[in-house]
Design a protein around this ligand. Structure first.
Ligand SMILES: [Ca+2]
Ligand SMILES: [Ca+2]
Ligand SMILES: [Ca+2]
Length: 228
């Protein structure tokens, strides 16, 4: 028996290449929404990537700025010209040509935005700045008992701590002695110095406030950030 070929639709009869082309269009139309969704998804992914890149860069920038601040900037204590730094404090030693009474010395220090030195610790008393060959002379310090005899006060009004007083005491002198032979008002202002034969912890004595001597001013060091 002669079996005739099954008769399919026209596009099936056109042959192999046309089959594929004609099959493609309905499939393409069916898949179009899916493809669009895929494209949108890809776009979204790209957008996320760009965003991640941007955030990463921004974070790096922030970290760089922070580490720059932490690692290369430091706070440095500084003193004005003519002042010497010791720890957190600055000290000014008037030179030989500038010798004043105690009150004028105090005024001078205050005009330099400081005050006469206030010695508040053993370390401050024996510091190199004070003892580096300078104490062969006399310098006013910010201590006075002019209000009440024997009651020693610093220029800021605080009383002298008895465990932190460094009066000269040796076979020749026991200070303060309020000696009245030179000044009938006695000796009501304190000096540091002349420790040729005394150790640095016994170098204060009282003297007449009207005498003119060199003086030591003190003020806090300024802190400034240096980045390099
Ligand atoms: Ca001090
Ligand atoms: Ca006195
Ligand atoms: Ca004295």
């Amino acid at each position: 028996p002669h079996l005739s070929k099954p008769r399919g639709p026209m596009w099936q009869r056109l042959g192999a290449p046309w089959n594929k082309v004609l099959l493609f269009f309905p499939t393409f139309i069916l898949l179009l929404p899916l493809l669009l969704q895929l494209l949108l998804l890809l776009l979204l992914l790209l957008l996320l990537l760009i965003l991640a890149f941007f955030i990463n860069n921004l974070t790096n920038l922030f970290l760089n700025v922070t580490s720059f601040t932490v690692s290369t900037c430091s706070s440095v204590a500084q003193c004005d010209e003519d002042w010497e730094l010791n720890g957190t404090q600055c000290y000014y030693f008037s030179n030989r040509s500038l010798q004043l009474t105690w009150t004028s010395s105090k005024d001078k220090c205050q005009s330099k935005r400081g005050d006469l030195i206030k010695i508040e610790s053993r370390e401050e008393q024996v510091q190199d700045t004070l003892n580096r060959g300078k104490l062969d002379e006399r310098f006013w310090i910010g201590l006075t008992d002019s209000q009440t005899e024997g009651e020693w006060l610093w220029t800021d009004g605080s009383p002298l701590n008895q465990s932190l007083e460094f009066w000269t005491k040796n076979e020749h002198n026991t200070e303060p002695d309020n000696w009245k032979e030179e000044d009938v008002d006695g000796e009501n202002c304190a000096i540091i110095g002349e420790i040729m034969f005394i150790n640095g912890l016994k170098s204060w004595y009282d003297n007449s406030c009207k005498n003119k001597y060199r003086f030591i001013c003190e003020k806090k060091a300024t802190r400034s950030a240096t980045c390099g």
